[in-house]
Design a protein. Sequence first.
Length: 206
Amino acid sequence: MSNTRHKKNSEYKKGKHLVLIGFMGSGKTSIGRSMSYKLKRAFYDTDKMIEEKEGVTISEIFATKGEKYFRELETKVLREVREDKIPRIYSLGGGTPVSLQNQPLIKTIGTVVYLRLSPEEVWERLKGDTTRPLLQCDDPLAKIKNLMSLRAPAYERCADIIIDNGSKDRDDVIKEILGELEKRGWEIPPESYPAASNKDNTENNE
Ligand code: S3P
């Protein structure tokens, strides 16, 4: 069996979801929506799934129940995603890949795309944002730098595909991801194919 064939088969055995990971502000939601249109699949954001289940925002969960509780919810949601047999696009919270118990789960649920940005690029995008509890501190850029250096190895471990999403045009990023998926045996539906009928769950995000 050729290497390509072997690779295609081994990825075929993984779950069929497209999974977007990356730091806060890395563009998971906007890229996820565009990919939803291109792949004709519904798009879900696991943070929104958590908020819907708990009936409160992520900030409220951090404030009232703490980060540890939130991290447990992230693992629970990942287990649900693993059981979801309909191929979809899932965007994960920026901290989800950090947990050692989440990493094998993430790797089995689908093809994982890591959207990579520098700390400065993240900061440019998130200046003034009040919805990320971890960045409500005196020096958010220093916090971003610190968290990013701690997390980058985890993102890289989980990723099948790494895309630099800092300064590129969104259409070029989409093309790059589609090209990488095709190399891995994904069939990209023609533009004329009807879009996924169900709406994504991310209306107010990013
Ligand atoms: C977090 C990222 C957030 C959200 C929570 C914690 C993190 O998601 O899950 O605020 O630890 O990086 P986004 O990456 O979608 O902003």
